[in-house]
Write a protein that binds this ligand. Structure first.
Ligand SMILES: [Zn+2]
Length: 351
């Protein structure tokens, strides 16, 4: 059976045009925010359709994730009413993603860092799931909303309303977003936490080269680490941390392992018959869905290897896989340009 492009599997309420599965939690801080929640819930009821609660679309009672909690900022963790309304578990339901074969290969990396940035003009969301390749599960989460560096407050408010308003998480964004340089500092601290698993593991070395230890980033496409993080570092006035200089593009792994095209996350999930969950283009949800694809690849026997690497922070990345995801290339010529399915060998144009 074909899977719809987005299926909100554990939701009780949905709309054909917009859906608010992550309506903001009651603010731990102010009354005005509670008012916003009431308004937001009222508008949701007016504009949405109640779906019948069949076993298929209501496996368990779904609760929106507390996005204050994912960022370590929930102050209502002992409030029974808050706990009744919002989930505080970052565990990813991976049950439907495990293949029957369980033919897991020996992996080069003990941990994979699933990253899916959001934000076109500047980064707005930085979610990372820590995936343990032996336990085959997500064991930790780092999630921050990011405040733009070079945008006026008015422009930022418009940008956030357009991007996150439809998910109902614009208020939590405003309450929690911090600048990119602070996100990177906190992320590096998080990587340096001591972790148990075959001995004490620290994911970021202290030996000066600042590379990842026994871990690698997994992204859906090359954009996140090839383009966006270097761009944001420039805008934020920091140098590119070496830990971002290599990554695994899950589309390249998918294409080479299954020998099937992998134009995007939703199409890969459709191909693997894994139902997507949450809101597409909410970074924390997209990261969870990428983790589901990752688990299927691992349990089917794929080896996760680095697919792109830079020699230095300023050099262009080298792509290491011969078979790479196809896209239409815009080839500049003297008289204009033309598009091609074939990457022009020897050209300076890169993805
Ligand atoms: Zn909470």
């Amino acid at each position: 059976m074909a899977i719809p492009s987005i299926r909100f599997c554990r939701t009780l309420v949905s709309s054909s045009n917009s859906f608010r599965p992550f309506s903001s939690p009651d603010s731990p801080h102010s009354r005005s925010r509670s008012t916003f929640v009431e308004c937001s819930h009222r508008s949701m009821e007016e504009s949405t359709v109640i779906e019948p609660q069949s076993p298929e679309n209501c496996r368990t009672r779904w609760k929106p994730l507390c996005l204050y909690h994912t960022q370590g900022k929930c102050t209502k963790i002992r409030d029974p009413l808050h706990l009744e309304k919002f989930s505080h578990s970052c565990a990813v339901d991976l049950a439907e993603s495990v293949s029957g074969s369980r033919n897991v290969s020996e992996q080069e990396f003990d941990y994979l860092l699933v990253l899916d940035l959001e934000g076109k003009l500047e980064i707005l969301e930085f979610p990372v799931l820590l995936f343990d390749t032996k336990a085959l599960q997500v064991v930790d989460v780092f999630h921050r909303f990011v405040r733009p560096t070079r945008m006026s407050e008015r422009r930022t408010a418009e940008y956030i309303e357009g991007k996150y308003g439809k998910f109902g998480v614009d208020r939590v964004w405003h309450d929690t977003a911090i600048h990119f340089s602070d996100v990177i500092e906190q992320f590096e601290c998080w990587l340096r936490k001591e972790r148990h698993g075959g001995g004490q593991i620290v994911l970021l070395g202290e030996d000066g080269d600042q590379r990842l230890n026994k871990a690698a980033f997994v992204t859906c496409g090359n954009w996140d680490l090839k383009t966006k993080i270097p761009q944001q570092c420039l805008v934020s006035g920091i140098s590119l941390p070496p830990l971002f200089m290599e990554w695994i593009n899950i589309k390249d792994i998918f294409l080479n392992f299954y020998n099937k095209r992998a134009p995007g996350m939703v199409s890969m999930m459709r191909e693997l018959r894994i139902p997507p969950e949450g809101s597409h283009h909410l970074g924390i949800d997209d990261s969870k869905n990428i983790a589901r694809i990752l688990l299927r690849l691992l349990s089917d026997g794929a080896r996760l290897q680095i697919t792109a690497r830079r020699a230095s922070p300023r050099s262009a990345p080298t792509f290491l896989f011969l078979n790479r995801g196809r896209k239409r290339w815009l080839i500049p010529t003297k008289g204009g340009s033309f598009t091609s399915d074939i990457f022009p060998v020897g050209s300076h144009i890169t993805r």
